[in-house]
Each structure stands twice: as C-alpha cells, then as structure tokens.
Design a protein around this ligand. Structure first.
Ligand code: TXA
Ligand code: MG
Length: 325
C-alpha cells in the first residue's frame, strides 16, 4: 500500500467521508468518530438502526483518556496483553464521544486493530475512527476488499485493499462493569485467553447453554445477523439428519463443513473450512465460504456446529444468528 493512498484516505476521513479499511478480523467502514454527521453517514450506508452502537478504533493509547472516563487496572492488563488485537473493551465514555457513536448509552467500545494498514491509517489521520463491519446491516461480514466493493462499493469514498483478513471473525466485545467483566460478543480473542489474564468472565446464560435466544445486553447482538440469503440449518454432527427429514431429493442442499468427513452425494456443493480441523483456519475461511454457498443458487445451506471452545464459540454464535429465521 502506497503512503499516498493512506494520506488520501486520511484526508477523506478528516473531511467527514467514509473509508473502508482492512483489519485483522473483518473490513471496517470507517468515519471520524468525533464528527456526528460523518458517523450518521455510516448508519445510512449500512442501513443500520441507530440503537446499535459503533466500535471506536485507535492506534495510540493517548486517545484513551479522551474517550473513556475510567480505565481500570483490569482494562490495563487486558490491553497490555491483547492490543493490538481482536478485543474490544466497553468502558464508561467521556463527553467527547458523540451520542450517536454509543447509541445514546453511557459506554464506548474501543479497540486497537492488529493490521498494518489500519494502524498506519489511524496514526496518519490521528483521529479515533468509528467503524462497524463494512457490510449492509444483518448481512455477511466482509473479509476481503472485493466483498466490500460488491456490497457497498458505490456508497463509499474509498476502499483500502489490504488483502484477506487473517482472523476472519469480528473482535470479542467485553464490557468492564463494576460487577466484573461481561462477555457481550464472542470473537477473535477467546474466552479462555481472556480468563487466563483476568480470571472469571461472566457469560450470558443463554450462551453457556448454546441457545440462539439471548438477552439484548449488547444492542448488536440481535438474533438474526451475519445472514446469507439462502436458508441455513445447523447440524450437530454427521449423523444428525433432522434437517433432512422433510426435504425432497430435488431440493439443492449445500454443506458448510468444519472438517472433511463422509460427505455423501446428498450435497450439491461442499465447503470444507479446515482440512486439519483447526478452528483458526476455519474462522479465517468462514465468511468467504458462507458467501460462496450463498451465491451457488442452493435451496438450503446446512452447516456443522463447531466444538464450543476457543474460536468455536465465536463461529457458533455467527452460525446461530445466521440460522435464526
Ligand atoms: O472486529 C470488529 O469488531 C469489527 C472491525 C471492523 O473492527 N467491527 C465490528 O463492528 O464488528 P460491528 O459494528 O459490526 O459490531 C460492533 C458490536 C455490536 O455488537 C455492537 O452492539 C457492540 O459492538 N457495541 C458497540 N458499542 C457498544 C457499547 N457501547 N456497548 C455495548 N456494545 C457495544
Ligand atoms: Mg457487523
């Protein structure tokens, strides 16, 4: 990436424009977080409801006291260990953060992305950048520049192409409350890694139970999200044929498989996420594979449920939301 392209992107952001940029998780749709009109354009372009707050991206820690009123020792331990990286912290906000960014709430979500292009852009622009995933609201998140171009291209001032995203699922969103840390969204930093640093994290009960229904603790955790246009059914294992019981043989079914298995000719198209059963590899391929299946003109996509550990938690969360009719 040329310095001149970063400078152009920074100039657009300073002027209140929108720039899509790569992060290690997914592509973000960025705007100056301190400008309410700029942030308003993000909501418009995404057709995102205004009750769903945005994550503010920074590269320098000197922004922290300007954005949050309270940075505890727990926050410090987490950021020392995981920033830059796929962990977003929800903290009490200062008056400098526009209400539109936080959906009128008293907290702001902040993260330092681990991608050279994102970090360079943030350093050059020297502003906090509010950025949701660069997809229309509720649809599949973009993991390469082409996805952004296809879905939002004409409405964005510039797309920075930094290649495919390494992690492939969004950041983990963790709120630090007076009662203790609360997991709002499982993501690229695993619960196990976080608990190793700060001890027990509260996880909404519904997730522990592995259910789709959840309390709306984080406004963005709407039941239906990350969704393909094709109907999606989950299968708990290769022997689980519940999804197949009432389907005729003329129904074209695709399979989103975690690892290679005994896939029969039942499937019109099969996408294997990891040949070695590696959750990291599966996460990196996940949204792209879902997109390919969605474009294949199928009647139904069947997806394997992942083991509920590590990145499997984030992947299952995305699957359950995508399957929620
Ligand atoms: O990996 C990521 O986090 C990507 C890249 C671009 O950084 N961004 C992303 O943004 O996934 P978005 O808007 O698609 O998801 C942000 C999530 C939503 O679930 C939102 O509700 C939650 O973070 N969130 C943001 N601010 C919050 C706040 N103040 N309190 C609670 N949840 C918040
Ligand atoms: Mg999103």
């Amino acid at each position: 990436m040329h310095d001149s392209e970063i400078s152009r992107a920074a100039a657009i952001l300073r002027d209140g424009g929108l720039v899509a940029f790569p992060t290690e998780t997914v592509y973000g749709l960025g705007a100056n977080a301190l400008s309410e009109p700029a942030v308003a354009r993000v909501f418009e372009v995404k057709a995102r409801p205004r009750f769903d707050p945005l994550i503010v991206h920074i590269a320098r820690m000197d922004w922290i006291p300007r954005l949050t009123a309270e940075f505890s020792s727990v926050a410090r331990r987490l950021t020392d260990r995981f920033w830059p990286g796929p962990l977003t912290l929800v903290l009490p906000k200062t008056a400098a953060v526009p209400d539109l960014v936080t959906a009128g709430g008293p907290t702001v979500a902040i993260r330092v992305p681990d991608h050279p292009v994102a970090l360079e852009l943030l350093r050059v622009v020297d502003l906090p950048i509010a950025a949701p995933s660069a997809n229309p609201f509720g649809r599949i998140s973009p993991t390469c520049a082409g996805h952004v171009r296809d879905q939002l291209g004409s409405q964005i001032d510039l797309i920075l192409d930094g290649g495919p995203c390494r992690v492939g699922v969004e950041s983990t969103v963790l709120q630090l409350t007076p009662q203790g840390p609360l997991l709002l969204r499982p993501g690229g930093t695993t619960l196990e890694e976080i608990e190793e640093v700060i001890g027990k994290v509260e996880v909404p009960h519904a997730w522990r139970a592995g259910l789709a229904e959840q309390v709306l603790v984080s406004p963005g955790t709407l039941p239906r999200h990350y969704a393909p246009r094709t109907a999606l059914a989950l299968r708990a294992g290769e022997t689980d044929s519940n999804w197949d019981d009432q389907l005729g043989s003329s129904v074209r079914v695709g399979l989103l498989a975690f690892c290679p298995g005994d896939q029969t000719s039942r499937f019109a198209q099969v996408e294997v996420l990891s040949h070695t059963g590696d959750l990291r590899e599966a996460a990196a391929n996940f949204f792209e594979a879902l997109r390919r299946l969605d474009a294949a003109g199928l009647d139904l996509i069947v997806a394997d449920v992942f083991p509920e550990v590590g990145l499997g938690r984030a992947l299952n969360d995305r699957l359950r939301r995508a399957a929620h009719a």
